[in-house]
Design a protein around this ligand. Structure first.
Ligand code: ADP
Length: 395
């Protein structure tokens, strides 16, 4: 089927969009409506001629922002809309065409992602109203990890919490891990092998992929588990919550805010959640920034080493996300913290592979695991899965 796919990623006060053409040689329109509901609501993006624009949306809500996005698309009519939905629970194991029953099922999953799924659904409803005739597809962040075996997804908690309340590890960043693992399988001679992927952005997660299937990942019931992130703590002692409540009298809301918004590299450095800022400060010997980067890198290496247990064979490690694609010093530190993996980093290739470049950064040994940088493309993956579903169902 011909035509572009409109990809929508709707958050509580923002809508990211991209009009993804059928072939990569055509331009991709993309943009972001942000601060929705506030007087400073804006729509920023790049138009068909490649020019950047920024428009005031003047207090617009999600539905009004969708209308403004449509105007930016001009004459381009999408073939279908692909929506990023954060949590699909165990119900959704792949991209799914949206109808009334699917909407109800996504709503029912809302308890597992109270901050994300309701916001994603606002985008779905606004788009359904604007394009009642277009197929709409939900692509879930959790779906790629539904191939995890029980030993990876079960917590050591009483069984009824899993059976009756769905308490288990789900994993996130599925579109990114799916895209990157598919890409490295296409690029490497060791195709369909065992890969460890480090997605390092504001949110960070690792994933072990064997023959295209996720076997383990660092995020769990929520996107808080695992690595140190920009503002999220990642793993802490589960006893911390009770300790803070008993010793400091903190409420659950206070602890939740601490772990999600005030921790991670921001908390460790006391300076910033942004890796560029931290690298600058560390170069000027800011002790908090140096520690934040050191802990960040050590925890990535520790997570990769742990996830390697999921793989029958380790063919290589892939870095992606804003930090993974750009921060060559972070990549070098992670590799240095895994001496027993026998990795050989090419200092030159590592330094050169930045700014959205794709490539191998190892020294090229045939017996050692490969090292890759692959810029992620979550929107492209959502468009790909949407198109694939349409093609399957129209046969
Ligand atoms: P999100 O998870 O929101 O999509 P990104 O994948 O864009 O975030 O990653 C954002 C992170 O990438 C920030 O910490 C930012 O500082 C970092 N980053 C972006 N460019 C660079 C760079 N050139 N060097 C170091 N870090 C970078």
């Amino acid at each position: 089927m011909d035509g572009p796919i409109l990809v929508i990623n709707c958050g509580s006060s923002s809508i990211k969009f991209a009009l993804v053409p059928e072939t990569p040689d055509q331009p991709r329109l993309s943009g972001l409506a942000e601060r929705l509901g506030g007087i400073d609501a804006r729509l920023k993006g790049v138009d068909a001629e490649g020019n950047a624009y920024s428009l005031s949306l003047n207090g617009a809500d999600h539905a009004e922002a969708m209308v403004a996005i449509l105007e930016q698309l001009g004459d381009a009519r999408p073939l279908a809309v692909g929506h990023r939905i954060v949590h699909g629970g165990e119900h959704f194991t792949q991209a799914t065409r949206i109808d009334a029953a699917v909407l109800r099922a996504i709503e029912a999953t809302g308890a597992l992602a109270p901050l994300h799924n309701p916001a994603n659904l606002v985008g779905v409803r606004a788009t359904l109203e604007l394009f009642p005739e277009l197929p709409q597809v939900a692509v879930f962040d959790t779906a790629f990890h539904q191939s995890l075996p029980p030993r990876a997804y079960r917590y050591a908690l009483p069984r009824y919490l899993y059976v009756q309340h769905g308490i288990r590890r789900y994993g996130f960043h599925g579109s990114s891990h799916a895209y990157v693992s598919g890409r490295v399988d296409a690029l490497s001679y060791r195709s369909h092998g065992g890969w460890l992927i480090a997605h390092l952005g504001n949110g960070c997660s690792t994933c072990a992929v064997w023959q295209g299937r996720s076997l383990d990942t660092s995020m769990g019931l929520t996107p808080l588990e695992g690595l140190v992130m920009g503002t999220r703590s990642g793993d802490v002692d589960p006893g911390l919550h009770a300790h803070l409540a008993r010793q400091l009298g903190w409420s659950l809301e206070r602890i939740d805010t601490l772990l999600n918004k005030e921790s991670g590299m921001l908390g460790l450095s006391g300076l910033s959640n942004d890796m560029r800022r931290l690298e600058q400060a560390a170069a000027e010997h800011h002790a908090g920034a140096e520690l934040a980067i050191e802990v960040f890198c050590y925890r990535i290496a520790k997570s990769l080493a742990a996830l390697s247990c999921a793989l029958p064979r380790l063919d290589g490690i892939v870095f992606t996300g804003g930090i993974g694609e750009n921060a060559s010093a972070v990549r070098a530190r992670v590799v240095a913290a895994l001496p027993h993996f026998g990795l050989g980093l090419s200092a030159l290739a590592n330094a050169d592979t930045v700014g959205g470049q794709e490539g191998r950064i190892d020294a090229g040994g045939i017996d050692t695991p490969e090292l890759w940088v692959i810029p992620t493309d979550e929107e492209g993956q959502i468009a790909f899965e949407t198109r694939q579903l349409l093609n399957e169902t129209s046969v």
